[in-house]
Design a protein around this ligand. Structure first.
Ligand code: GLN
Length: 387
């Protein structure tokens, strides 16, 4: 038999999704793969029921249904203050996973370099490899996860084609400050680099932190490729609705890539999701409040158990420090945690380029009763996990 493609040899399957399978196998409370176990807004579900009886069962326009793109453009303008053209500046994709991949394929050639902050959401590594590009990792240094501007400039000196910015950040919960973003923007300008953003947690930010959309920084609209999603904002991760927003020149190319990758996102789901895109400000304020309560509830529980952890400024992940347990492998730790304690987590090493073995990631996008059950199980954490 001939060999399989070389480009697939350099990354593994997703550790996040693998931990979901392991959690299910042991009946663990799954706090690994980040998705909610509560219902999406009922207005969206009601609209979905109606849509099944309407004429939305065939392909929509490949780069997204007109209605969806118009509603998204209005929402985007509302939150960023920037007007975008729904016809020439948006591509609707199958989740932001496809959005990121389409963005990467649209700007990189094999051999190009791409700056990725570490820790990073695991897809970026695979996306880069699949494009034949080469990541340059720049550390976000714990506990504040800030970067060293000189180290970043050193990376820019290697002439990268793009920088990937996940803000608010998965897995470390960092919300980049305006000043940090300005440093990135100035370097992107100086070294003529694209910035591909993953802003899927734009509405999950904890006071006093505030999300700044990278494209709103002076001069950045033309070089920013903004990727977003409805998954987290409306609790519909399984609908796989994401998008790319960029200037018409870039979007022309993203449209082509997207067309041949997937043709389009599911037409009935796009139509139903328009209801969410048209929600008023109250919805986003409630979402923020709900997640703030969940974050506080979960980290208070971890504090009671004397487990040290990060305090996220945004997104819905916490990194727990497991260094005191003395395991050589955080993968082994997570498997044992699922099996013996009954809680699913993701090994931190899958997010770090550095040989980091100190963290595991849990998320708190769950009903209070699920979080309670997880915390009850974690009562036996210390006793069961000590070697
Ligand atoms: N973004 C979520 C996480 O980090 C889910 C990822 C996925 O499986 N698509 O867990």
């Amino acid at each position: 038999m001939p060999e399989l493609s070389g480009r697939t040899a350099n990354f593994t399957d997703s550790v996040i999704r693998r931990m979901t399978r392991i959690s299910n196998q042991y009946g663990a409370v799954n706090l690994s793969q980040g998705f909610p176990d509560f219902e999406p807004p009922k207005e969206i579900l009601q609209r979905l029921a109606e849509v099944t009886k309407e004429d939305f069962h065939q392909y929509s326009i490949t780069w997204g249904a007109q209605n969806f793109r118009e509603a998204l453009a209005e929402k985007h303008e509302h939150f960023t203050g920037m007007k975008i053209d729904p016809n020439s500046e948006i591509v609707v994709t199958c989740g932001s996973t496809e959005a990121m991949m389409a963005a990467m394929m649209s700007v990189t050639n094999p051999g190009d370099k791409v700056i990725v902050f570490s820790p990073f959401y695991e897809n970026y590594g695979a996306d880069t490899v699949l494009c034949g590009a080469e990541p340059i990792y720049v550390p976000l240094i714990p506990p504040t996860f800030s970067f060293d501007a000189d180290v970043l400039e050193e990376a820019f000196r290697q002439n990268p084609k793009a920088l990937i910015l996940c803000n608010p950040s998965n897995p470390c919960g960092k919300v980049f400050t305006y000043n940090e973003l300005k440093i990135i923007a100035d370097l992107a300008e100086k070294y003529d680099t694209f910035v591909i953003t993953d802003e899927v947690y734009e509405h999950i930010v904890y006071a006093p932190h505030k999300h700044t959309y990278f494209s709103t920084l002076p001069g950045m609209k033309d070089r920013t490729i903004s990727c977003g999603s409805l998954s987290k904002t409306y609790s519909i991760t399984g609908w796989r609705l994401g998008y790319v927003i960029a200037t018409p020149h870039i979007i022309e190319t993203v449209k082509k890539v997207h067309d041949f990758l997937t043709v389009g996102a599911a037409a009935p789901l796009q139509e139903a999701a328009v209801t969410g895109l048209r929600f008023s400000d109250d919805y986003y304020a409630d979402l923020q409040l709900k997640y703030t309560e969940k974050r506080d509830f979960f980290i208070d529980g971890l504090d009671r158990l004397k487990i040290s952890h990060t305090t996220p400024e945004g997104a819905y992940y916490v990194l727990l420090d497991i260094s005191e347990f003395g395991y050589d492998s955080d993968v082994e730790f997570c498997e044992k945690l699922a099996r013996e304690v009954g809680v699913g987590a993701v090994p931190g090493s899958s997010f770090f380029k550095e040989p980091e073995n100190r963290y595991i990631r849990m998320h708190f996008a769950k009903k209070n009763q699920t979080l309670n059950e997880a915390l009850n199980r974690l009562d036996s954490f210390r006793e069961k996990m000590l070697i």
